[in-house]
Design a protein around this ligand. Structure first.
Ligand code: 13P
Length: 283
């Protein structure tokens, strides 16, 4: 059975000193491609869905795709709901069989975020699911100010949140952002070490697209056991489609374009998995 609890995948990565790739997919083709990349590299993998993707495809259809596609996979994989502020979507996905959720209460006060997160942890435990928590919104690259670290909460606040809620993994803001960085981001890596040593739980690294191999190596060694990648998949998927049409004008043959897109996404996923040190770590 390739589907295993997210907690098992993350804990093995945390104690084993590698990062597990957590890649956001957008449809059937991209789900199949990232699973194929993990299979090829014998790497454990977390497949992530945004709330947008869940709403666009429907949790039923998405989960049916997941159930069928993972039947032909032999490496450990888990399905995760990324950044979700909507309690109804969290409940729907947990009931369907998602293995973990990120409750995004970053727009709430820390107290209210904590109160709701405690309830979500209790709900998730009934399904054997992992909960990721966050108290600072991870911004988009274009919305980041130079003085972004000022928006970080105090270490004591983060530690209190983790302790009070019982979340399994924490996603801090460390100068990272979603999207494509215009320059190499300046990351507060010491904050990862501080959080890990104070809480004992792993950190989820967001905004993976465009970070350097050295940054991944350092942050994973400090305890970033789950590394999120989304924008890179969207670029690989869409750019390869555009390139195909440019190179084959007038060739309106869906299987041909899908083949090119699948290859591009597999290639992208393999590159990131390679940088995270999780290749060959399947059990
Ligand atoms: P990127 O889109 O920058 O890779 O970030 C992914 C992410 O953190 C998803 O939660």
């Amino acid at each position: 059975m390739p589907i295993v609890p997210t907690k098992q995948i993350v804990e093995r990565a945390f104690t084993g000193g590698y990062g597990v790739a957590a890649i956001n997919i957008v449809n059937d083709l991209t789900m199949d491609a990232v699973l194929a990349a993990a299979e090829e590299l014998r790497a454990p993998l977390i497949v992530q869905t945004s709330v947008k993707t869940v709403k666009m495809t429907g949790a039923d259809v998405l989960f049916a795709m997941w159930r069928e596609m993972t039947k032909r996979v032999s490496v450990p994989v888990a399905l995760h709901l990324d950044h979700c502020p909507d309690r109804a979507v969290i409940s729907e996905c947990l009931e369907k069989g998602w293995n973990s959720v990120l409750f995004d209460g970053s727009a709430l006060s820390v107290e209210e975020n904590k109160r709701q997160c405690i309830e979500i942890v209790a709900e998730a435990r009934r399904f054997g699911a992992l909960v990721e928590g966050e108290i600072e919104g991870i911004k988009r690259v274009e919305d980041m100010a130079d003085d972004e670290r000022l928006s970080e909460q105090k270490l004591e606040t983060a530690v209190d949140f983790v302790t009070a809620t019982g979340v399994d993994i924490f996603a801090p803001a460390i100068g990272n952002a979603h999207g494509m960085y215009t320059t190499t981001p300046k990351l507060d890596s010491a904050r990862v070490s501080d959080i890990v040593s104070a809480t004992g739980i792993p950190v989820a690294l967001h905004g993976g697209t465009g970070m350097t191999a050295e940054q991944f190596k350092d942050l994973i060694a400090r305890g970033c056991a789950k590394v999120n990648v989304s924008t890179a998949l969207k670029i690989a998927f869409m750019q390869s489609g555009q390139d195909f049409m440019t190179e084959h004008p007038g060739e309106y043959d869906p299987p041909s374009i899908f083949k090119a897109q699948r290859a591009a996404v597999i290639n992208m996923a393999k590159q990131y998995i390679g940088m995270f040190g999780s290749a060959g770590k399947a059990w």
